[in-house]
Design a protein around this ligand. Structure first.
Ligand code: AMP
Ligand code: GLY
Length: 332
């Protein structure tokens, strides 16, 4: 990472253009350092706070060249696609300072197979799983799954806009899922591997952790509401609403989560040479057998961030710069 000192009126560009990026921008705009703000591509709501430039989040060279020409001091890379694709690496190579993990650390979201193997290695509690890399193995796994063990969770390995998880009630549904993923290639390359998981039950908890790769500053716990229709019905979305703080995140749960999950994750990633600096999204389920990780994301959650960030009293820009410099020193 390229160390940076915070300056009055520094130029900050945020990559992304959704509600999450809008709230980050809003929080940054309140910084006492009065930054000059840019967004790529941003959206019409964000135009009130920032100069929006029409560059796609996946146009890495375009973003890099714009930042260099415009003499941007600090770039916040927000969405999962450019993070997993290594935008931070490209920008850092050009001498720019960024908030967000490098590509190798963002794989914690970019590949569920990587995340599951990592958890197994670090002994971080998560659902039992099996990874397959071709249709024949997927079919054999589904055929061999006992009737009494359903539901079976079928997950696309790569990024899938929150749509790559199937909760299959029976063998027929599981067969349809693997057909869609591996034969119809509904998710393209993201479906080259499938992760099968045991079905867990219990309330879900989202924990957004700001981290400089060693130290962790957790934000308020939350719970996002996923199903699309009234009455908790319908398919899952990326998240439609939020409750915060999460009523299931008790003091005991918090201690368990830090001891058995968050600290092991951050330190484990550092140890294997994938130091994670940014916002680590830890998606949890409080099961009858203890809290387990459902998923990691390499970024702020949406809509969670929209609910939680406005409650933050610290200067978010300062925190992000400190994280980028590996110097996060805030008592939670
Ligand atoms: P993910 O994208 O991995 O967070 O999964 C999306 C949603 O699917 C989660 O928020 C859970 O509601 C559900 N889910 C994922 N994995 C499991 C599992 N092993 N058991 C039960 N539900 C799950
Ligand atoms: N709300 C879930 C997510 O951001 O992945």
């Amino acid at each position: 990472m390229n160390p940076i000192s915070i300056e009055k009126n520094m130029k900050v560009l945020i990559v992304g253009g959704g509600g999450r990026e809008h709230v980050i921008l809003d929080m940054i705009s309140r910084s006492k350092h009065e930054p000059r703000l840019y967004a790529a591509p941003g959206n019409s709501g964000m135009e009130k706070l920032a100069k929006c430039v029409n560059i796609s989040v996946m146009d890495f060279e375009g973003i890099r060249d714009y930042c260099l020409n415009e003499k941007i001091d600090f770039v916040i890379v927000s969405p999962d696609d450019p993070l997993s694709g290594g935008l931070v690496d490209v920008l850092e190579k050009a001498g720019l300072s960024c908030f967000g993990p490098r590509g190798n650390a963002a794989q914690i979201e970019g590949s569920k197979a990587f995340a599951k193997n990592f958890m197994k290695e670090e002994k971080i509690p998560t659902a039992n799983f099996e990874i397959v890399e071709n249709y024949e193995d997927a079919k054999a796994f589904v055929d061999g799954y006992k009737d009494e063990d359903f539901p079976l969770v079928v997950k696309v390995d790569g990024l899938a806009l929150g749509k790559g998880v199937y909760i299959c009630q029976d063998r027929k549904e599981a067969e349809e899922a693997i057909n869609e993923i591996m034969l119809d290639k509904k998710f393209g390359e993201s479906g080259n591997k499938i992760v099968f998981e045991e079905f867990l039950t219990g309330p879900e908890i989202t924990l957004l952790c700001l981290t400089d790769g060693t130290r962790v500053y957790p934000l308020l716990s939350s719970m996002d509401h996923k199903t699309v229709y009234e009455g908790n019905k319908g398919p899952n979305t990326g998240g439609m609403g939020v409750v915060a703080p999460n009523p299931f995140f008790t003091k005991e749960v918090e201690e368990e989560v830090f001891e058995k999950i968050v600290n092991l994750t951050v330190l484990g990633m550092k140890r294997i040479g994938r130091e994670f600096r940014g916002c680590l999204y830890v998606g949890l389920m409080a099961t009858p057998k203890g809290v387990k990780v459902i998923e990691y994301n390499c970024r702020f959650g949406d809509p969670e961030a929209e609910c939680i960030l406005p409650l933050l009293e610290s200067d978010l820009l300062e925190m992000m710069v400190d994280i980028s410099n590996g110097e996060l020193n805030y008592a939670p």
